[in-house]
Design a protein around this ligand. Structure first.
Ligand SMILES: Nc1ncnc2c1ncn2[C@@H]1O[C@H](COP(=O)(O)OP(=O)(O)OP(=O)(O)O)[C@@H](O)[C@H]1O
Length: 236
């Protein structure tokens, strides 16, 4: 698993981030957050406090109104749209509440596609995808379409896809939000195991169980600003 940070020793450096949407909604005001390689940071806070906005800025899906986002030595403000697309494909993995799998492709192809889009030749991408699925305990579901998978299985496939290109950073937006508590606990265990193997994580969640189980640090967001943070011990 990639562990190296940038020259400042951070894998994520957010400095004085502000985000105002065109309709005037101010979603983030003056957020600074630094994440070291190997950390598992959970951003928590009430609905509408800016969690998804923050994640989208780190992922380069959206741009801040002001402030800077540096991920793995890459200043995202210096990248054009093509550069941002390459950054997303090669440097980060993303996991979503509702999995975002392509319904008309089997699990294996969903995972392999992430490699192909990053430039990995098809045969190699498919082999790597099979290995990822096996590592995540869903190797026997490689030929299944998403609609035939349980929620927990879908999220495992989505994590396999996110890890396809060995991202420096794994981002997760409410990864247990659509799962029953048993499947949610399994996904939490999976994320914990990944972090303990060195994968840096940034999660946004309402799920106290997930944060307590996985995070090494919890950051509290309210009304678009960080209002507190605490360091946690992982329990496994
Ligand atoms: N594209 C947009 N245009 C205008 N306002 C937006 C847009 N996206 C988000 N917002 C607003 O920005 C604020 C922060 O939204 P965000 O989705 O980041 O919150 P959140 O903490 O992730 O919420 P939830 O926990 O409900 O997902 C909210 O007031 C939201 O309505």
């Amino acid at each position: 698993m990639p562990l190296e940070g940038d020259e400042s020793g951070q894998i994520v450096s957010l400095t004085d981030l502000c985000k105002e949407f065109p309709d005037g909604t101010r979603a983030l005001s003056g957020v600074s957050l630094h994440i070291r390689p190997g950390e598992a940071v959970a951003v928590m806070g009430p609905s509408g406090c800016g969690k998804s906005t923050l994640l989208n800025l780190v992922a380069g899906v959206d741009r801040p109104t002001s402030g800077s986002v540096v991920v793995h030595d890459e200043d995202l403000s210096q990248l054009n749209e093509t550069g941002l697309a390459l950054f997303r494909r090669r440097r980060i993995g993303m996991v979503f509440q509702f999995f975002n799998l392509l319904e008309d492709l089997p699990a294996l192809d969903n995972v392999a596609l992430a490699g192909q889009l990053a430039g990995v030749p098809t045969a190699q991408a498919r082999q790597r995808a099979r290995e990822r699925l096996t590592e995540l305990g869903v190797g026997d579901r490689a030929d299944a379409y998403p609609a035939t998978l349980s929620g927990g299985e879908r999220q495992r496939v989505a994590v396999a896809r996110a890890l396809m290109n060995e991202p420096a950073l794994l981002l997760a937006d409410e990864p247990t939000g659509a799962l029953d508590s048993a499947s949610g606990a399994q996904v939490a265990d999976l994320l914990l195991a990944l972090n303990q193997r060195g994968q840096t994580l940034l999660l946004v969640t309402h799920d106290q169980m997930l944060a307590e189980r996985v995070a090494t640090r919890v950051v509290e967001l309210a009304d678009g600003a960080i209002i507190g943070e605490r360091v946690l011990e992982q329990t496994a």
